[in-house]
Design a protein around this ligand. Structure first.
Ligand SMILES: [Ca+2]
Length: 180
């Protein structure tokens, strides 16, 4: 199973630990490395979107396509940094930053009405019509003091309750995926 030829040195472990701001203990980093090597089936040092999809918990996540774009091509250090929002030691702020990135698909630090609509679409699929989604989202934004035209930055984003709802789904799925 996986790539057994490579091993982490104490130096590597400390470097990765530093890179993720001590979100994980050294033992946890070793466990994550085993997980990473299982995923990186060809031993290339990177994990691809396709390799992530081989994890059943991940494949069934309604946001998996979106998360894949964030995960595709990460090396081990980046992989650990990506997962650090899921560490028990992660702060609320770190978790919010992660969720914000899920919405901010072009990574410009602003979330639009359409970004939110897209995520809502991924989550609700066929169950709700596009028109209903737009109505719900418009109402939620108005209640938080914004309009369809608003560009939300991180500090605005936390005031929209629906935005944070996603956290539950993503975290539920990825927690089981990490298997610490
Ligand atoms: Ca954006």
């Amino acid at each position: 199973m996986g790539n057994t030829s490579s091993m982490l040195t104490q130096y590597d472990i400390e470097e990765v630990q530093q890179h993720c701001n001590n979100a994980f203990s050294q033992q946890e980093i070793v466990s994550l490395y085993e997980r990473f090597c299982q995923l990186d089936r060809n031993g290339g040092g990177f994990v691809s979107g396709e390799e992530f999809l081989s994890v059943p918990e991940f494949a069934v996540n309604p946001l998996s396509q979106r998360l894949l774009r964030m995960l595709d091509g990460l090396n081990f250090k980046e992989f650990v940094a990506f997962l650090s929002a899921f560490s028990p030691r992660a702060t609320v702020q770190q978790k919010i930053e992660f969720i914000f990135k899920v919405y901010d698909s072009d990574g410009n630090g602003k979330v639009t009405f359409n970004d939110m609509l897209d995520v809502l679409h991924d989550l609700t699929g066929q169950f709700i019509s596009e028109q209903q989604r737009e109505q719900v989202l418009t109402k939620v934004l108005e209640e938080a003091g914004y309009t369809k035209e608003s560009l939300l930055v991180m500090s605005d984003f936390v005031k929209v309750p629906l935005a944070l709802f996603v956290i539950i789904l993503v975290f539920q799925h990825l927690n089981s995926f990490i298997l610490l």
